[in-house]
Design a binder for this molecule. Structure first.
Ligand code: 3PG
Ligand code: MG
Length: 377
């Protein structure tokens, strides 16, 4: 039992028992093929532990956002095939979100899910910030526990938040300030430095009075950014920007358009798509001094080779950092994998939104549900 959340050991003797395991098998799929099976491999310790202890295991997950009706594009078939290779004998239900009862936490949908099951395990860290039927429903009736992945993620991320090794540097990127406002506020309470890159840096630069050209800008967040900058000097912003000129297209170098470096101000028509080399070096120096790093969100549009340098330099700095390093969020985890640095990171979280919400709130709906199961306490 960790903080009142039951563990696998708290399920008692599982010999001959049927166990339903909620996993987050929401994996990237292109042309019917899984392009990254991290989330499937991450669930194996729990699935194998249950099988080794005599249980018959049924896994379930959502995949994508199919809006409450069956949709062949979101079928679990590719996941089922991969799972059969990695964990023979584990069966897998069809996409939970083919039924509107999943996102609606509908009682009758929960009843169908738990029918015939003797116990429930939540190992879906990446979906545990959703109050959906398969996450919060089963613990109302079944003995329940956190799986090994969920347990590990919570231990690492809450450890970063509650007992940081200092200096603690956090790196945030991604498109929108509005999505990350909660976590920015929570992080500013605990970090020694907050590095901001990615699309959202332009709203901060605009708040300082800079010209951002055609870059992403959330005009309604400028005042909030100004207040954050005024109240906290822990925020590090870019001092130079790599931008794409008029006529260029993201992800399509053949369309033309000039790529150039500027300081903090961009001319009209230019779109900032990466931090510049000076900024990447400055950020790397800050990261190099850290004893704990938490990174969520790329520094630029790294899928386009013209704008990957900033994210690559920051990824190198995180990989080289002697402190404890954690990367969360699908995009930054994908960047680290693309650059071949995954095994130089201490913890790569399988959750994006879930890791941010856990840092922000210190808890998740999926954990609260497990704490209220009949076998907790
Ligand atoms: C994710 O990939 O972020 C999780 O699987 C949750 O998916 P969702 O954002 O569609 O709820
Ligand atoms: Mg998401």
């Amino acid at each position: 039992m960790i903080n009142g959340v039951p563990q696998l050991e708290d399920l008692g003797d599982l010999t001959g028992k049927r166990v339903l395991v909620r996993c987050d098998f929401n994996v990237p799929i292109r042309d019917g093929k899984i392009t990254d099976d991290l989330r499937i491999r991450a669930a194996l310790p729990t699935l194998r532990w249950l099988q080794d202890h005599g249980a018959t295991v049924t896994a379930c997950s959502h995949l994508g956002r199919p809006e409450g009706k069956p949709d062949p594009d979101y079928s679990m078939d590719p996941v089922r095939d991969r799972l059969a290779e990695l964990a023979p004998g584990v069966s897998l239900l069809e996409n939970l979100r083919f039924d509107p009862g999943e996102t609606g936490d509908d009682e009758s949908f929960v009843a169908r899910l738990v029918e015939g099951q003797d116990a429930y395990v939540n190992d879906a860290f990446g979906a545990s910030h959703r109050s959906h039927a398969s996450i919060v429903g089963p613990p109302r009736t079944l003995p329940s526990a956190a799986g090994r992945l969920l347990e590990k993620e919570v231990e690492v991320l809450l450890g970063c938040r509650n007992e940081p090794r200092r200096p603690f540097i956090s790196i945030l990127g991604g498109a929108k300030v509005s999505d990350k406002l909660g976590v920015i506020n929570a992080l500013l309470d605990v970090v020694d430095g907050l590095i901001i890159g990615g699309g959202m840096c332009f709203t901060f630069l605009a708040a300082q009075g800079h010209q951002v050209g055609s870059s992403l800008l959330e005009a309604d967040q400028i005042d909030t950014c100004r207040e954050l900058l005024a109240s906290d000097n822990a925020i590090h912003l870019p001092s130079d920007i790599t931008a794409l000129g008029p006529g260029g297209r993201i992800g399509d170098p053949s369309a033309g358009g000039e790529v150039r470096q500027f300081g903090r101000d961009l001319p009209d028509g230019w779109m900032g798509l990466d931090i510049g080399p000076g900024t990447a070096a400055e950020f790397s120096d800050v990261i190099g001094e850290a004893r704990q790093v938490l990174w969520n969100g790329p520094m630029g549009v790294f899928e386009d080779p013209r704008f990957e340098a900033g994210t690559r330099t920051v990824a190198d700095a995180v990989a080289d950092c002697g402190g404890f390093t954690v990367v969360g969020g699908g995009d930054s985890a994908a960047a680290v994998a693309q650059f071949g640095l995954a095994d130089q990171i201490d913890h790569i979280s399988t959750g994006g939104g879930a890791s941010l919400e856990l840092i922000e709130q210190g808890d998740l709906p999926g954990l609260a549900a497990l704490r209220s199961a009949s076998n907790a306490n």
